[in-house]
Structures are given as C-alpha cells and as structure tokens.
Design a protein around this ligand. Structure first.
Ligand code: FAD
Ligand code: NAP
Length: 875
C-alpha cells in the first residue's frame, strides 16, 4: 500500500505504511566521534548499518584539524566516550588537554577495538538523499554516483566540519601556499624561516599562533574581532585525578550527563554583581590559574545572564591581557569589547597573549586597518602592504547547518531541507524535522551540541535515536516524523532559552553571523545538557509526544508540546520540588509568615531607587505601614498605590520590595506599597477596607508625598490585585477619590475553583490549589465569598478606571484574571490584557530570579507610565 503521509506533520495520525525492502536499516553519514558510536550501537542492537565518510579514515574533526597546537578544550578525561567501561578504564590520556594526534589515535583505537571499519565506506562523500513515501525509505546518492537505500538516514556530519568559504577579496591570487586550519596537510607544515600571514583570532588561531611563532621568521596576525582566552595550563593529567576518576567513572559520567555543560561542575550561588570586588577578583584569579573554560564561566551564577555581571568578568580578563602584553596599543586591540564573555566560545590558550611580546610577531587590527585584498605576494590592508611566504586561514566554519545543507536532502513531497531552513533551521529537539520522516541529525541545530562537552551530547543523541529505533521495531512502527505543533513548540522553547542569556549580543558563529548571507538565528540549545536530556527522555516517556508514528498495521500521533514553561520557571519549580519543602497550607499562619520571611532573604535585592521612605498611614482601623519608592529622576512623579501579594494572610509593605523598586525605576513613578490588615487575625473585609483607606490617604496627601497632583494609579499583585480591584470599585461607588488606572497583576477576582486553570495548574507552580483554598479559608467566610468586595468579578464593572490585567499561563488564577479582563472590557472599561506565556503566578514578582519576565515587567511599567500620561479620572 502506498503511504500517504500528508497531514502527519500537522498532528493527525498517519496512515499505516507497508514498508518496501531496503539495503540497510540505517545509513549514517560521517565517521567522527558521533558516526563511530552510532555504528557500534546500531550493530549491537541488530540493525544493519553503513557509515559513509568523505575522509580516508575515521576521526572527523580530529582527522581534518591537524594544525599546530590543535587540542581539545574540554579536559581529556571528560572529552571521551563513556559507553564502554573497559574502554574508559584501559585508555590512558597523557595530557590534561589531549593533542589532536592523541585524540585521533583514541578514535582510531575505538574503530579498531569495536571492529567498526568494516562497515565504513571511506572516501565516499554523500551528495543527495531523497525520501520515498512508497517504500518508506531513503535513497542516498554519493558524489561518485553510487546509490544506497536505507529505512533511516542519520547525519552524523558534525557541527564544525564544513569550512567557511574564504570571503576575502583576491582569495585565489596568492602564489605561495595557503593553509586552512580546518583542512591541514597530513604531512604537517614547517614554517622555519618563513614570513607568515595568519587571518583569524578564534580558537583555532589562538591555538596555532604560539606554535607557528616558534618556527616562523615573521608572523603577522590579522585580527578582525578579538576573543577572550584563558590559559589552559597544559601538562599531564595528574595521576591522582586519573585514579580518582577511574575509581568512580560511572558516578562521574552520571554527573556529567545531568550537568549544564556536560562536565560535572558545581553550580555557583555567587553573583558577580553582589560579591565584594576583592573576593570577585580572588575567585576569578583562582579559576584563571585552573585553566578550564567551563569552570571559568561558572565562577558566578550571573555571568551568562546579566550584562553588568559579565562586564565585571570581562574587566578581569582585560586587566590580565594588559598585564601580559607589553605594547599598550597591541594589548588594547586584543581586549574584546564588542561581546559579552562566554557569548562566543571562550578560548583556551598556551601563552597566546605572551606571543605578542616577541619582536617577530605583529598584530594588525583590521577594525582600524581592514584588508583590501589578498595579493600574489601577500596581503594589502587600507594603509599597508605585507609580503608573505605562506598564508594561514583560521577563518572558521559554516557551523551547525553547513554540512547538513551541503547535501541535497529531499523530504516528503519534494520539500528540500535547504529551502525549509532558508530562514534558519527548524527542528524538533534538534534531532528531527517535519516533512523529513526517519531523518535524524546528531548534535543538530537547536540541541546543546556546541555549547557542551560534545562527547556527552553525542552519546545522548546516539542513545536516544537507537533506543527509539529499537522501540519502533518492537512495536511495529517503521516511520517516525515530528508534528508541526511539536516543532513550533521546540522553536519557541529554544528561543525562550536564548532570550534570557547574553548569547544573542555577539556576532558569533552560534548566530550564523560569521557567514555572509546566513540567517541570524541562535543555533544551539542553551537550556543545558541535563535539562535537554530530561526533555528528550520525557518525550519518549510520554509515548513519543510530538511525533507521528506509522507501521504496516498501526499508527499513532501523540501531538503536543514539550517544555511550555519558560526555562527559568521550569528551573525554579524543579528546584522547589527537589527541596521537598512542606506545603505552606500545612503550616499555621505564624509558621507560614516566618517561612516566607526566611525564603525572602534568599532573593536577590531589587535595583537601587532614588529614595526609600518608610512611614505609616491611617488604615480603616488604625495606623498601618507603608514604604514609598521614589525614582532618582527629578519629580514630582505620578503616585501609584501598590498592594502586596500573600493571599491576605502573608506579606507586608516591604515583602514585594524588589518588584516595587523595579516598577518605580521603569515606570518613573512613586510606588507607595501600603500594608493592610491580614487574616486570620483580621478577616474579610479588613484588607479591602484598608486598601480603600490607603487610596484615600494617598490621594489626599500627594503634595506631602512629593507626588504629582494627579489622580493616583492603584496596583497590586495576587491578593493585592484583589485589594486594588476592590478599591477601584469602592472609590467609584463613593464618588472618589479619582483613580487614573488599575494595574492588576495575576489578581484574585473571585473564588470559583472550577475553571480549567485550577485543574491544569493545581500543583507544581508554587501557588497551588491547596494553598489558594487555605488563603480563602483564612480570609473569608463561605457566605461572604461572592460579595463583590471579596470577588470583584461579581461586582458592577461600569465606569471603572482603565485597567491593565496581567495573567499567567501556569497560574491557577489565570482564568479568573482572564475573566475579569473580559468582563471589564464588556462593561466598556479600556483594558490592556497581558497574558504571560510560559509564566506562573509568582513570575512577575520574582525580580532577578525569573529573568524571562523582565520584558513583562517592562511592559507593565510602560503601561503604568501610559496610564499616568492619560491621567483619566474615574470619578
Ligand atoms: P565530526 O567530527 O565533524 O565528523 C563528521 C564527519 O562527517 C567528518 O569526518 C566529515 O568528513 C563527515 N562528513 C560530513 N559531510 C559529509 C558528507 N556529505 N559525506 C560524507 N561524509 C561527510 N568539542 C568539544 O566538545 N570539545 C573540544 O575540545 C572540541 N574541540 C574542537 C576542536 C576543533 C579544532 C574543532 C573544529 C571542533 C572541536 N570540537 C570540540 C567540536 C567537535 O567537532 C566535536 O567535539 C566532535 O568531534 C564532533 O564529532 P562528530 O562526529 O559529530 O562530527
Ligand atoms: P572561529 O571561531 O569562527 O574564528 C574564525 C576567525 O576568523 C575569527 O577571528 C574571524 O573573525 C576570522 N575571520 C573569518 N573570516 C574573516 C575575514 N573575511 N576577514 C578577517 N577575519 C576573518 O573559527 P575557529 O577558530 O575555527 O573555531 C570554531 C570553533 O571550533 C570554536 O569556537 C570551537 O568551538 C571549536 N574549536 C575548538 C578548539 C579547541 O580549543 N578545542 C580549537 C579550534 C576550534 P570575526 O570573529 O570577526 O568573524
């Protein structure tokens, strides 16, 4: 039966397929670290497989990149296979960072040890691959014109295997030899006595420059963009470390698999911004001496997400460069200033900066003096002409997608992968692509790949793919393809992850920025190796969530999206779950308050504001505390009366301190956080009576508070949103005071627990169904709960001030917030509704923790500023 798969990728179950015969179960392209392990594992699982490799031997990266100084930048004991205990016990790494020849020997040893070469066709470059819907198989064509068919087609072609075309004017003119680091001659190159011009200052260049300088008579380095580099501290692996790791390899590897970068590193809890300068420099100096790139970038917990923190680490490296390089102009040119440290691969070096202190080594800063052309005899720049005997091009790769789209891969209905990816790659899990059934990419774009110890990421992909194929075989499936929904969800998740980091601030090859014309999208997955592995596992545990599967008499399509929560929301909720803390609703109010206060001490402080004033105001039944936050800008400013969250039971005038500071600065308004009486000591309607009293007091005292003499804005989060909403209704009914707007952040608007958000988000997102029940029970009698002063959604909504209503996807209160926004709109109130995708109830309030809500906080502050400008009185 001819299979018609149209429709599988939009999530409907595919038709059953009757697969035709094929030569191989699996065709693998590439025999590097990935292809070798894949072949071994497929064979062990009883699949027939062949690997096609353009080179004449195994090794991939380590076959091609034989330039002087080439080494790994992840320590050898980590950058190695873990799949075979005997292999890892018997292999002895001689160097902390193994040299290229040693790594190549290792991979050759693996090929021999597992007898892999007999299934590898060397000197065979794959030119095309075409999916056949009728036979449910791939036809793969080599450059020599040979054809093979396979049920599954796996690109193990490497992220850094396709050299970038040389994009310099006159590239073909030079009459002497031009060497590319990425295709170095096997016999090596002796630069003795030569004048050498080298273009590039990426990892390859930084490794080779000190080595070439040892031989050449003259070395001129042409630098377009300086890179950050830390000293590797080369040497043998200390015997104690080898013995220690060999004694507990299983545990060590297990830690690596769940780590962020594929190397076990303790997660830092120290902020570069908050630690005193002396301690900061001491910690960085310690890491500088260790010589480990993941370690150096992991000294602080905010280097990758806060520009301010990152700049402090940058400054440390700049100071190092300036202390090493004698010539101040050269030192200045070597200091990277156009990108955050870590947003490009951090380089590891062996006396790189010191090399510029040698008389025969010169740095040309192409930013000041650009290359105009390569000539027959050398390189011309805008203001000089250089003559060379040899050129070295350390100019990098068309990374991550280059080797994949170099093959003409045609999927279902003639869809070409290179067309599909014309605006940037789209994948599900970085492993599979819609319209390309039975196609897999190892360490493909949108997987952790190049942001990790790739040995770990390669093994994880190989194992996931082969386990999936074995599972499919067992269950009678022969075709697998992701759905459009799943793929779009993954795209969203990978973008969400990248958005909270500084990676996109660099013109890096991670962004495709090094290749002219390549779309600028962030290519790898930055959520971390451990998180990624867990998501891939979850996809299989949820019976291939996001995949359509078909066999000769069975099909399934389990459509859906993995990882819908914002990455930092997922991180926080997972951390909370792991801590196994007692639920607040199991505590007494006094215990809960003490617990919340202790937890608040762990939170990062909010930003500085112009002035903070603590005072008291007359509540409905006595004096209550307030804290006023004034912007540093010249006043007078708009006044915003703010009510804190805490379910009417918890919290105080200072408990939302970080959010109030943030809103104050960003909206350029005075925020007056007014406390109210708490339940169970003072039950309904004490809180809302105090809320209205606070608004009356603020409106009557604008001048003495230093605020503009305009109607106040009323705002609140959670139960504070409820207090704010009720205050607006009360003010309208009382004929004043005038209110310019109400800003309700994930507010409580009634007590109906039957809405879907209460079921969907009942547990796991901090505010739970159980906690909400506890709050209501402490606050309000059953009989009073439908009173509009408890449930403002039940009130008359005509004539209320313009509203900003913020709701969050993973909040039990989402639907009641949505309902309030809709009801206000229906009542003719101008409403700005902000549904926050991927967020939970506490996201907006978690300043400095839920970074993905930064944009939402800015939007809320902008809305406050907008309400202030509009200044519409409500009564
Ligand atoms: P590769 O090793 O790139 O192998 C892919 C193979 O596919 C190649 O042999 C290629 O010839 C073949 N191929 C491609 N297209 C075709 C085709 N159409 N037909 C037939 N064959 C094809 N990562 C780390 O984690 N740590 C490090 O220290 C590190 N150092 C690196 C140093 C250098 C100089 C470079 C360039 C990369 C480094 N990397 C490092 C990344 C490195 O690429 C990976 O760690 C790993 O080696 C990739 O293995 P692979 O098998 O996926 O791809
Ligand atoms: P790269 O980081 O992309 O560096 C290429 C260099 O060439 C850059 O300095 C680039 O400048 C320059 N360049 C490119 N085109 C140019 C042009 N037309 N004119 C002037 N300069 C030009 O490439 P790479 O050094 O080969 O490294 C790629 C990746 O491979 C690394 O990031 C790393 O992941 C891996 N690698 C690892 C090691 C290791 O230590 N184990 C060693 C080598 C490579 P711009 O920055 O201005 O574009």
């Amino acid at each position: 039966m001819a299979a018609n798969h149209n429709g599988t990728s939009n999530g409907t179950a595919p038709e059953a397929v009757e697969p035709g015969p094929t030569d191989f179960d699996v065709i693998v392209v590439g025999a590097g670290m990935a292809g070798l392990y894949l072949l071994h594992r497929l064979r062990g699982m009883g699949f027939s497989a062949v690997a096609l490799e353009a080179a004449d031997d195994v090794g991939g990266t380590w076959y091609w990149n034989r330039y002087p100084g080439a080494r790994c930048d992840i320590q050898s004991v980590d950058y190695s296979y873990s799949f075979d205990e005997e292999l890892q016990q018997e292999w002895e790494w001689t160097q902390k960072y193994a040299t290229q020849p040693e790594i190549l020997r290792y991979l050759q040893h693996v090929a021999d040890r597992f007898d892999l070469r007999r299934d590898i066709r060397f000197e065979t470059r794959v030119a095309g691959a075409e999916w056949n819907d009728d036979t449910a198989s791939w036809k793969v064509t080599t450059e020599a014109g040979d054809e093979l068919t396979g049920r599954y087609y796996v690109m193990a072609t490497g992220c850094l295997s396709m050299p970038k075309d040389l994009d310099i004017e006159g590239a073909d003119r030079f009459q002497g030899p031009t060497y590319f680091n990425s295709r170095w001659p096997h016999e090596g190159v002796d630069f003795t006595g030569m004048r050498v011009g080298l273009v590039g200052t990426g990892s390859s260049a930084i490794q080779s420059i000190p080595e070439i300088a040892k031989q050449a008579d003259e070395l001129v380095v042409f630098q377009r963009t300086p890179n950050f580099s830390v000293p590797a501290g080369h040497g043998p692996v200390p015997e104690e470390r080898i013995q220690d790791i060999k004694g507990r390899y299983a545990e060590y590897r297990a830690d690596a698999r769940v780590s962020r970068g594929g190397v076990p590193v303790e997660e830092s809890v120290i902020s570069a911004r908050l630690v005193p300068a002396e301690e900061r420099n001491r910690l960085l100096e310690e890491a500088w001496q260790v010589g480990d790139l993941i370690g150096f970038l992991s000294v602080f917990n905010d280097t990758g997400v806060s520009l301010e923190a990152n700049q402090l680490v940058q400054q440390f490296v700049h100071d190092k460069i300036k202390s090493i390089v004698d010539d101040p102009e050269t030192a200045e040119a070597l200091c990277p200033k156009d990108h955050p440290i870590g947003s490009k691969r951090l380089c590891l070096d062996d006396h790189y900066y010191q090399t510029y202190n040698q008389d025969h080594v010169t740095l040309v800063d192409l930013r000041k003096n650009p290359i105009t052309t390569i000539t027959e005899t050398g390189i011309d720049t805008a203001d000089s002409s250089f003559e060379f005997d040899a050129l070295v091009m350390a100019t990098g790769f068309d990374a991550m997608t280059g080797a994949i789209v170099a093959v003409d891969i045609t999927g279902r209905n003639g869809v070409e992968l290179k067309d599909k990816w014309a605006d940037g790659p789209t994948t599900y899990l970085g492993l599979t692509v819609t319209d390309f059934p039975n196609f897999f990419a190892i360490t493909g774009p949108q997987s952790p790949s190049v942001l990790s110890n790739m040995a770990v990421s390669i093994e994880q992909h190989v194992e996931w793919i082969t386990d999936t194929l074995a599972d499919m075989r067992e269950r009678g499936f022969s075709v697998i393809e992701p759905t459009e929904t799943a793929q779009a969800g993954w795209q969203q998740h990978t973008n969400d992850c990248a958005d909270i980091t500084l990676f996109q601030q660099a013109n890096s090859w991670y962004m495709g920025a090094n290749v002219p014309g390549k779309p600028r999208v962030f290519l790898p997955y930055v959520g971390g190796v451990g998180t990624y592995r867990a998501l891939c596992d979850e996809v299989r545990e949820r019976d291939y969530l996001g995949f359509a599967l078909a066999g000769s008499d069975t099909t399934q399509c389990n459509d859906g999206v993995i990882a819908e929560a914002q990455p930092d929301v997922a991180m926080v909720t997972q951390m909370m779950a792991e801590l196994g803390l007692p639920p607040i609703e199991s505590m007494s109010p006094a215990e809960a308050r003490a617990f919340m206060e202790a937890s608040a001490e762990q939170n990062p402080p909010g930003p500085e504001v112009g002035e903070v004033v603590d005072g008291t105001y007359p509540g409905a039944d006595g004096e209550l505390e307030y804290r006023l936050y004034r912007p540093a800008t010249p006043g007078p400013h708009q006044a915003v009366v703010y009510f804190h969250g805490g379910g009417w039971v918890l919290g105080s005038a200072t408990s939302d301190d970080a959010l109030c500071r943030d809103l104050c600065n960003q909206s350029n308004s005075i925020i007056i956080s007014c406390d109210y009486r708490h339940a169970p000591e003072a039950r309904f309607p004490a809180a809302v009576d105090d809320g209205f009293a606070a608004v009356q007091w603020a409106a009557a005292n604008l001048e003495s508070l230093g605020a503009r003499p305009d109607p106040v804005i009323v705002a609140g989060w959670s139960a504070g949103g409820n207090v704010a909403a009720v205050a607006c209704q009360t003010a309208r009914d009382a004929g004043g005071p005038a209110i310019a707007g109400q800003v309700l952040i994930t507010p409580v608007t009634d007590m109906d627990f039957s809405r879907p958000s209460f079921t969907e988000n009942a547990d796991g997102f901090i505010l739970t169904h159980g906690l909400m029940t506890w709050f209501w029970d402490h606050y309000c009698d059953e009989a009073d709960r439908s009173n509009p002063k408890a449930s403002p959604l039940h009130g008359d909504l005509q004539g209320l001030p313009p509203a900003v209503v913020v709701t969050a996807q993973f909040d039990p209160l989402r639907d009641e917030g949505d309902a309030y926004a809709a009801a206000l709109e229906a009542a003719g109130v101008p409403v700005q509704h902000m549904p926050l995708r991927g967020h939970m109830h506490t996201s907006v309030a978690s300043v400095g923790v839920i970074i993905s809500a930064n944009g939402s906080r800015t939007a809320i502050a902008d809305a406050i500023a907008g309400l202030a400008r509009a200044g519409v009185p409500s009564a």
